[in-house]
Design a protein around this ligand. Structure first.
Ligand code: SF4
Length: 213
């Protein structure tokens, strides 16, 4: 019960949330239930080392950071993930959990910042969002759309307006940098006045497609 399948643990600059730019430790857990067309962490599907929770916590504590992000793969597939989050909260960390939106976020303490994806059409996984998660989102959480083309943008924009997602919490539109320019997304946001925050994968701007950053 207290064993996690871990893909990698590293220290880097937070790249994909309202905390982008901050020093952050990452625990990337193995396995995912989706297969997005643009997945940049496919290695998390296959690479896995079993670690007990205490080992993971000890490793993170060597980093001397105040923020820890639990990501994947899909971290909510592993039963001990909520326990790991609670331990980090008790130790005074700001805890971020990056999830693909298809799993019940209620298992994670709302004291964590839950960064929840809503998959757009080009991901091939559109419709995977768990409807009940809309009721769980707090203003401390974040909703994130990865946009690859105009169809994705229009679909996401319509969802933001129709469900008033901006009244739930911060909504981030982030470009799939392999498919569309940041300037194009920015232009569409400005022209449509959709109430979202522009996001960008800051670590990819800094390091390109390097792994473990
Ligand atoms: S949810 Fe994330 S980890 Fe899973 S396939 Fe999609 S992009 Fe990759």
């Amino acid at each position: 019960m207290n064993k996690l399948e871990v893909c990698e643990i590293f220290k880097s600059i937070q790249g994909e949330s309202t905390l982008a730019g901050t020093l952050c430790s990452f625990v990337r857990l193995s396995g995912c239930n989706l297969s997005c067309t643009y997945c940049d962490t496919q290695y998390a599907q296959t690479e896995s080392t079993p670690m007990i929770i205490d080992e993971v916590v000890e490793k993170i504590e060597t980093h001397s950071t105040k923020i820890v992000e639990i990501t994947g793969g899909e971290p909510l597939l592993q039963k001990p993930t909520p326990i790991l989050c609670d331990i980090f909260l008790q130790k005074g960390y700001t805890v971020l959990v990056e999830t693909n939106g298809s799993c019940d976020i209620a298992v994670i303490s709302p004291k964590c910042k839950r960064i929840v994806d809503i998959k757009c059409p080009s991901s091939g996984m559109c419709g995977s969002f768990l409807e009940s998660n809309y009721d769980q989102i707090t203003s401390f959480d974040e909703l994130k759309f990865v946009i690859s083309d105009k169809n994705d943008f229009d679909w996401a924009k319509d969802l933001v307006f129709s469900r008033k997602l901006d009244q739930l919490t911060t909504v981030i539109f982030s470009p799939n940098l392999d498919k569309i320019s940041p300037a194009q997304i920015a232009e569409w946001i400005v022209n449509s006045s959709v109430p979202v925050r522009f996001g960008i994968q800051l670590h990819k701007i800094i390091w390109g497609k390097k792994r473990g950053v």
